[in-house]
Design a protein around this ligand. Structure first.
Ligand SMILES: [Zn+2]
Length: 299
């Protein structure tokens, strides 16, 4: 089968890979209908994250089940499924508490390489969710977003406690930041401030529910948020970049007693202890338990 493989920074090739097979009875093999490039793939691509090359690429995927192991009960061949970027059992104590991305049996799907014709999905019952019917082609990209970016944006918004009456600021206007805006809107936030400098993304942000746009960054961006909130800062701030500047910006824009949710994969980020101490902010984040965002699918 064909699959994308990264051989080093800036060097991605589509090449022949060995087709996956069922290894464990809890596995499924799917034919990938759609996969995509995640912002987190850009860290190794840019040479900021080191790896033993080559590595298969891709952890966001949706497709049709080809084959299942003997122990798999919730999906069957022919069904269209969306899977999380972690393979998880969805039954351990951590999963049941809503933190599937830290499942005691988790496996990173990126190691298996979803940007390929076929993909082995371990722990299929806890990882894959079947749609009621095979969707039309135009719906596939929408469903693919539930594999990572939609659930990650949603987790950012809930970790920041976005909700009715709140002012929510979102740092980062990539797919995750934009979907955090969508989530904040769905969660009932009253005012949603998108921190963005790109016109096309600002337009999407407004379409998804942003009420205000702030183009300023760093301390200037923080000042702008404070000016809009009677000098207090936002109730909820979502950080969706993962750099030192964006983390500082998010923490400083959060009001005392407010919540900051961070879902950018932090690289070279160090938070100052005194800064955190005086912020009086709740800070919560990490790899998103996207499975949690589909409660009706929990076991
Ligand atoms: Zn688990």
């Amino acid at each position: 089968m064909r699959g994308a493989v990264m051989h080093g920074p800036g060097d991605v090739r589509v090449e022949e890979r060995e087709a996956p097979q069922i290894v464990e009875p809890t596995d499924a093999v799917i034919r990938v209908s759609a996969a995509c490039v995640c912002g987190s793939d850009l860290w190794p691509y840019r040479g900021i994250e080191k790896h033993e090359w080559p590595i298969p690429m891709g952890h966001e995927y949706a497709g049709i089940v080809e084959e299942i192991g003997d122990a798999v009960t919730t999906v069957k061949p022919g069904q269209f499924v969306v899977g999380s970027f972690w393979a998880t059992d969805n039954t351990c104590e951590i999963c049941r508490s809503g933190y599937q991305s830290a499942c005691v049996n988790r496996m990173p799907m990126g190691m298996l390489g979803a940007q390929a014709d076929l993909l082995r999905v371990p722990l299929a019952d806890g990882t894959l969710i079947a749609t009621p019917e095979v969707p039309s082609d135009d719906l596939v990209p929408h469903l693919l977003s539930a594999s990572d970016v939609l659930g990650t944006g949603w987790f950012g918004a809930t970790a920041a406690q976005a909700g009715p009456g709140n002012t929510v600021a979102v740092v980062g206007d990539g797919a995750v930041g934009l979907l955090a805006i969508l989530a904040a809107k769905q969660l009932g936030a009253e005012r949603i401030i998108a921190m963005s400098r790109h016109e096309s993304r600002q337009r999407l942000a407004r379409e998804f529910g942003a009420t205000d746009i702030v183009e300023a960054r760093g301390d200037e961006g923080v000042e702008a948020i404070k000016e809009m909130t009677d000098g207090l800062g936002a109730h909820s701030v979502v950080e969706a970049v993962g750099t030192q500047e964006s983390m500082n910006q998010a923490l400083h824009a959060t009001r005392p007693g407010g919540h900051m949710g961070f879902v950018g994969v932090g690289h070279g980020v160090a938070l100052d202890g005194m800064d955190m101490f005086w912020s009086l902010a709740h800070v919560h984040g990490g790899p998103a338990p996207v499975r949690r965002a589909c409660p009706s699918c929990s076991t």
